[in-house]
Every structure is written in C-alpha cells, then in structure tokens.
Design a protein around this ligand. Structure first.
Ligand SMILES: NC(=O)c1ccc[n+]([C@@H]2O[C@H](COP(=O)([O-])OP(=O)(O)OC[C@H]3O[C@@H](n4cnc5c(N)ncnc54)[C@H](O)[C@@H]3O)[C@@H](O)[C@H]2O)c1
Length: 477
C-alpha cells in the first residue's frame, strides 16, 4: 500500500500548524493511493446475480463463531450446507453433528491442513463460501472463492489493510461475484427500526452518528485459535474492529448511496492493559503491545455529517455499541439504554420559555417508545423478527443477517451489503492506524466505488416484486 502525502508542508506537527495558519485552505490530509479500475471492469453498485433456487453453502472456520452459523443455516429456507472445513477435524465433526441432529444430510469434510479450504472452494457444487476464520485469512479466502466462481460472505472484519480491500473490490468487480461482509449488527432490532424511522424522515436531516465496539474480551482471549486475536492487537495500532460500530452508522447516512466518508482523524490512549493480558496468556511479556485500551476515530462526510467510532476490548466496561444518532428533528440512543427524543412540535408553546426546565426535550416515555416502535417496525423485523429471536444468535440479529443473504441470492436481488460497504467499514482499521502513527493527522477516506458513490440515492433493502414486505415499505414512504 502506497501513501501519497498531499501535505503542502512537511509532516511535522509544528509545520502543519503553521501551514494551516498561513493558508487555511491548505490540503493537509494524508491520501492513500486509489488504484485505477482495470479496463473492462465496472462497479458493483446495485449488482444482482442470477437467482439461485437452492443456495449450496460451504463453511470455512468452525471455532467459537462458526458452528452457530451452521446451526442457523439448518433453519434457513432454500439453503443447503454442502461442505465444512476447519484445520481441526474435531471442530468439523462438531458442526457435522449439528447437521445430523437436525436430520439433514452429512456435509463433505475438509480438515488437517491450513490449505484444505482450497479443496472446498474448488468444488463445483457450491454457490456460496461462508468464511468464519481468523482475520488474517479472510481476504485471501474471499479472493480465491470469487476466482473459483463462488459468491462469498466473510466474517468481520473481512479485510485488514488497504491492499486486501482493493483486492476484494477488484476481484468482485472482475468476477461479478458478490462479496459481502457478515456484519450482523446492522440487523439488530433497535437499529433496524431506527433506520426505518430515519428513512421515513422522523429525525430530519441526520447530523451526527456514533458507534462503538466496547466489549471486555477477558473471558474470550484464551479461546481464540492460536491466540490470533491478541497477537493482532499486539502488532497493530488503530481501531482494529470497527465494523459493528460503523456499519449501522453508515446505513443511516446512506454511505455510497448519496454521501461518502471523506476524512478521518484518529487518536488512541496508551496501551495500558494489553501487555498484562499477553503475559497472563502466554507467560511472556511482550516488549511492545501496540493496540491501545481506547481508540477513537472521527469522520466527516461529503454532505457535512460527522461520525465518531470507538474501540475498547480491554477494560471492565459494560458492553456498548453506542449507536447514537442526532438529527435536526430527533435523537436516538441505544446504549446504555434505548431511547428516542423528537422535536416537541406537538407541545403547545406556552409563551415564555421555562429556563428552569433543563429536560424540556426528554426521551419518550416507555409507552410512547413502544407505540413508535410498533408504528415504525422495520418490515424485515415485522416479517421474521419473532422467528429470528426463537432461533437466536445475538438475540436474533444473526439469523436475520443469514436469512436476508439467502433471500437475496434466491431472488436475484442486490445484497443488503455490497463489497463497498465491506471496504468502507473495514478501511477504518488501516486508516485510523495511519492517522495515529502520523500524529493524529487527517487521512482521506478513499472513494472505494471509484466514482459511483452518488449513483444510488438512499440506502434501501431489496425485496422481490411479489414480496409482501416490499409493498408495506413502499406504502409508508
Ligand atoms: N459478528 C459477530 O458478532 C462475531 C462474533 C464472534 C466472532 N466474529 C468473527 O468471526 C471470526 C472467527 O472468530 P472466532 O471467535 O470463531 O475465532 P476462533 O479462533 O474461535 O475460530 C477460528 C477458527 O478458524 C479456524 N481456522 C483458522 N485458519 C484456518 C484455515 N486456514 N483453514 C480452516 N480453518 C481455519 C480455526 O481452526 C478456528 O476453529 C472472526 O473474524 C471474528 O471477528 C464475529
């Protein structure tokens, strides 16, 4: 990956400051290279593949997360699990049991080496490869799957650096295969209903959105295969796990459907805790542990909106994905408690404002919130929310994600998340790292669509023409 600094002054902070004083319009961003789109390739915005009647799936990676995906697929109409792969044969056997316990045919098994997954990908009876391995293997598996004529769905983050991101984009554009990141948090119930409210204009213009991954991973560190996750954190600064926070935020902002992220600035705390965890885990204290306890990234969009994303997996804080939205007419907040506030237009103006009342724009009461959620329930939540809860997977959102993936493939529709969502959301890791390692410098967010970010106006889920939910959604607009 090449960096092109467009700073008119030198990188030294002092020089940048004086540059800014002399010429406030000076370009001071670090700009990374955007590779030219190879001839003959076109963008994948709005791309839909031929419908697939029964989607035949192969899974790679059956550790903590993988088997729950296999379990969910036993309950998805029109999906068939054809093959399972992990380096560890016992892990394959565990997922095979899930299939047999569900009364389904056994899947082909691949295990025993770090390359066995290639044989799964090369099969000619698979439509979709579903990747649930560790972060470092995601992008190569994605690229190879598309090259072998398969659609691919990859766990978060699907790519860890800009080279991997551009590889996935170019391969998807060249092969005309879907490359979707399995970002489940965009399907959580509060997020879906709030997105629906936003799309109906309830919040007015959206001004600012916040997201986060704040999750104390203490109980999980010893469980990761070969300690991959802690090692990745040891070796990299920046927000290495941004997608749960930024994904739902980007859908609210219609990113690459009329707006795009243009610039980010990131800052991190000291890495106070990582070395202690590594020493506890391995018996050896690392000379350096790079990833901070707390990392913050601030982003501005082309249409002048802002996002803030946070990451903390080290400290004893309650789980928090933030999910907060400020609009010109309303406000939504998910963590630590869910609430909505709207402009009190309905409240009669009593004349002189009451300066004693500091809470004049209160959250809706629980009854009002419930009524709003019933009125603005997202059509997908209305359709399968209760069933999704009964299947489970982070309260049901994981099932909705898989259900939608298969529904769209079966109906030949654009997927809910395309390769540019993957790119934009994953890019926060390498771009925040660049910012931090360069004195918190502004870094340009590349236009991963290479010119197509304004082609579609507004983020929408796709539905088949005869789908009941489609008409409901259209009617309400
Ligand atoms: N979306 C979510 O809510 C969520 C939750 C948990 C994990 N995840 C993501 O899921 C992925 C997996 O996480 P995990 O917690 O299951 O990790 P894990 O370490 O428990 O499992 C990874 C599995 O991949 C296998 N693997 C590694 N290299 C392989 C190869 N070359 N061929 C075949 N198998 C290989 C390992 O043997 C292991 O079983 C990660 O990307 C993680 O970020 C997402």
């Amino acid at each position: 990956m090449k960096l092109k600094s467009t700073m008119l002054c030198a990188t030294a902070a002092l020089m940048m400051a004086s540059c800014a004083t002399e010429n406030k319009d000076a370009v001071r961003e670090i700009v990374t290279e955007v590779p030219e789109r190879p001839e003959g390739q076109t963008d994948m915005v709005g791309f839909a593949a031929e419908p697939i009647d029964t989607v035949r799936v192969g899974f790679i990676g059956l550790g903590m997360r993988g088997p729950s995906a296999v379990q969910r697929f036993t309950k998805i109409p029109g999906a068939k699990v054809v093959a399972l792969c992990d380096v560890d044969s016992a892990r394959v056997a565990k997922s095979q049991n899930i299939l047999t316990n569900a009364g389904l045919p056994a899947a082909a098994e691949y295990y025993g080496s770090e390359d066995a997954w290639k044989q799964l990908v090369e099969r000619d009876d698979i439509d979709l490869v579903y990747v649930v391995t560790d972060w470092k293997t995601h992008a190569p598996m994605g690229v190879y799957s598309m090259e072998q004529g398969k659609h691919v769905a990859i766990e978060v983050p699907a790519a860890m650096n800009l080279d991997e991101i551009w590889d996935l984009i170019n391969t998807s554009e060249r092969t005309r295969k879907h490359c979707m990141m399995l970002e489940n948090c965009v399907y959580d119930f509060f997020e879906m209903n709030t997105l629906n409210m936003a799309q109906q204009g309830l919040f007015g213009d959206i001004v600012h959105v916040e997201g986060a991954y704040i999750h104390n991973l203490e109980p999980f560190w010893p469980e990761y295969w070969n300690n991959w996750r802690l090692e990745y954190n040891r070796d990299n600064r920046g927000d290495v796990y941004p997608t749960h926070g930024v994904g739902p935020a980007c859908q609210l902002l219609d990113i690459h459907r009329g707006d795009r992220m243009t610039t980010l600035v990131a800052m991190d705390s000291e890495a106070f805790t990582g070395a202690d965890i590594m020493e506890k885990q391995t018996g050896t204290r690392p000379e350096e542990f790079k990833n901070a306890d707390h990392t913050m990234t601030m982003i501005r969009t082309a249409n002048g909106r802002t996002l803030q994303i946070q990451h903390d997996v080290m400290n004893p804080r309650p789980y928090n994905r933030m999910y907060q939205l400020t609009g010109t007419k309303g406000f939504a907040n998910k963590y630590p408690f869910e609430g909505y506030a709207f402009e009190p237009e309905a409240v009669e103006n009593a004349g002189v404002p009451d300066h004693e009342n500091l809470n004049s724009h209160n959250f809706l009461t629980p009854e009002q919130k419930k009524a709003m959620e019933e009125k603005y329930i997202h059509p997908i939540v209305k359709e399968i929310g209760e069933y999704a809860k009964s299947v489970g997977g982070h309260g049901g959102m994981d099932y909705i994600m898989d259900y939608r993936l298969i529904y769209c493939l079966r109906n030949g529709l654009p997927l809910d998340m395309d390769v540019y969502d993957l790119a934009e959301w994953c890019s926060l890791a390498p771009l925040s790292k660049i910012s931090i390692e360069n004195g918190n410098a502004p870094v340009a967010v590349p236009d991963f669509t290479r010119g197509a970010w304004d082609k579609v106006k507004g983020y929408r889920h796709a539905f088949a023409p005869d789908h009941e939910a489609a008409s409901e959604q259209t009617d309400e607009k």
